[in-house]
Design a protein around this ligand. Structure first.
Ligand code: AMP
Ligand code: MG
Length: 332
């Protein structure tokens, strides 16, 4: 593995910035009425537009690279998908890409790989769809994996706050293995990037932890027991998406716990790859709940892992120990 990857990084940053334009455009159109009806169509449109935009860029720059993405265009190609497809084409236009419906479907389908290969990208076009619909946190997550190692990770976080910047500036965070973790206002591609680092809290009682808003994605009961065990006295920061990885990487939080709610759920690689590298390069540590390294050689799912534990690198073992001690019977 070379240690540069500048071309890959620049391509990924550009793609994620452009996808964020489409996501923001769709999110701003969500009405209170649609929110009340729990209408999921905005997220569908933004999800597909984001995947189309990013896969188009990867196809231009790295035509031989497979992309393991969350979405496929099959549903858009059905007669029932025609209206959605029109809206997706429109949102690609908002992001500056004039394209036909066929081109858009082809771009989306470029993200349809599912098998492991020595070099591939993985993409979550909108991670945290529930947060997207609530107009809270979501992320566009893209990573390049080479020989099972995450080489490049990019997180677009359109609603994350940035110190000294107005609300809505958003954050673009990234890492290349061995080159540190960085962030920049999402709206300001020409601004100087800031290097990010995890917080230094080493005493578990001082730690701030974050977890999913959705108790169906990570057990809140289990994390409550762990917090008590570790003497954590602050309430959890509940946030959707891989913005939680960014929160640990830049020291807003010390810990991100993802605790399985049932035996057998396999985490998806696109929900973790970009975030993991950003945290590792910021000085943090990531394992699954058993203390095992995430294994990216298995295709779309982390079949060799359960849940995820993300720390600032201090007290990682103590956290893993507390998880084991309080594991519900079905997870032990
Ligand atoms: P979060 O926003 O952190 O709650 O995570 C969102 C991600 O959770 C989605 O992208 C899904 O892939 C993933 N997900 C869906 N069901 C589950 C589950 N039962 N356990 C863990 N993660 C899940
Ligand atoms: Mg996701």
């Amino acid at each position: 593995m070379t240690d540069s990857y500048q071309r890959e990084l620049q391509s990924a940053l550009e793609a994620v910035r452009q996808a964020a334009i489409a996501c923001r455009s769709v999110q701003s159109s969500i009405t209170t009425e649609a929110l009340a009806k729990k209408d999921k169509s905005p997220v569908t449109v933004a999800d597909f537009a984001s995947q189309a935009i990013i896969c188009r860029q990867l196809q231009l720059d790295f035509p031989a690279d497979p992309v393991i993405g969350e979405e496929g265009a099959a549903e858009l190609k059905l007669p029932t998908g025609a209206e959605f497809l029109n809206r997706v084409v429109q949102e690609c236009g908002v992001a500056g890409l004039a394209a036909s419906a066929t081109e858009v479907c082809d771009w989306i389908d470029r993200g349809g790989a599912s098998q492991y290969s020595p070099r591939f990208w993985t993409l979550d076009p909108i991670d945290g769809t529930k947060g997207f619909l609530r107009k809270e946190q979501y992320a566009i997550a893209l990573a390049l994996i080479i020989d099972g190692q995450i080489a490049v990770g990019v997180l677009g976080c359109p609603n994350m706050p940035m110190d000294g910047k107005p609300d809505g500036t958003g954050v673009l965070a990234w890492a290349v293995r061995g080159q540190g973790a960085w962030m920049q206002p999402l709206n300001e591609p020409d601004s100087a990037p800031t290097r990010i680092a995890v917080a230094q809290a080493s005493n578990t009682t001082d730690m701030r932890f974050c977890e999913s808003v959705e108790s169906g994605h990570s057990s809140h009961d289990w994390s409550g027991l762990i917090a008590t065990e570790l003497g954590i006295h602050l309430d959890p920061i509940r946030m959707d998406s891989q913005c939680k990885y960014l929160a640990v990487a830049r020291g807003d939080a010390d810990l991100y716990l993802r605790l399985p709610t049932r035996k057998g759920y396999q985490e998806k690689i696109w929900d973790h790859a970009a975030g993991i590298l950003v945290v590792q390069e910021a000085g943090g540590h990531v394992t699954d709940i058993h203390g095992r390294n995430p294994d990216f050689t298995q295709g779309a799912s982390l079949t060799q892992n359960e849940g995820m534990v993300v720390t600032n690198g201090k007290s990682h073992q103590a956290v893993v120990f507390a998880i084991k001690k309080h594991a519900p019977a079905e997870m032990a």
